[in-house]
Design a protein. Structure first.
Length: 131
């Protein structure tokens, strides 16, 4: 095993102590023969030690603040009469459709502007448009 063969996975396994005895000897021999690799291994070892000293924290996933208003809205919609509910949902659909149309128009305008920039001469821009 030479310095080009010591990949990150082998180095991580070495630092974790999970290498087979044969691989362990090869990595140790490489680290003794290559000071650059040994320095990298030492730095990585120090970083890992610092990370292991950090307190363990469980992730907190609280979706209720986002879910509750939607649930309340759904319950209110279900209490409406069939025609009121249909009217409300049609209005929401039209609102979403209009919002999508606005986004689409903006995207087309930006795309058109970017394509038109290739036809504008840079010296016309820098001179203020006077030709």
């Amino acid at each position: 095993m030479n310095s080009k063969q010591l990949d990150n996975e082998a180095l991580a396994d070495f630092l974790d102590g999970t290498l087979s005895p044969q691989k362990l000897k090869e990595v140790e021999r490489l680290l003794q023969g290559n000071s650059s690799v040994a320095r990298d291994a030492q730095e990585l070892s120090e970083v890992l030690q610092l990370l292991h000293q950090l307190p363990q924290r469980e992730p907190v996933l609280d979706v209720w603040p986002e879910l509750e208003p939607k649930l309340v809205q759904f319950q209110l919609e279900e209490r409406m009469g069939i025609f009121a509910r249909w009217r409300f949902r049609c209005a929401r659909f039209l609102s979403n459709f209009a919002f999508g149309a606005i986004l689409f128009t903006q995207a087309v305008a930006l795309n058109t502007e970017n394509k038109m920039r290739q036809y504008v001469m840079p010296e016309a821009i820098s001179s203020g448009g006077e030709g």
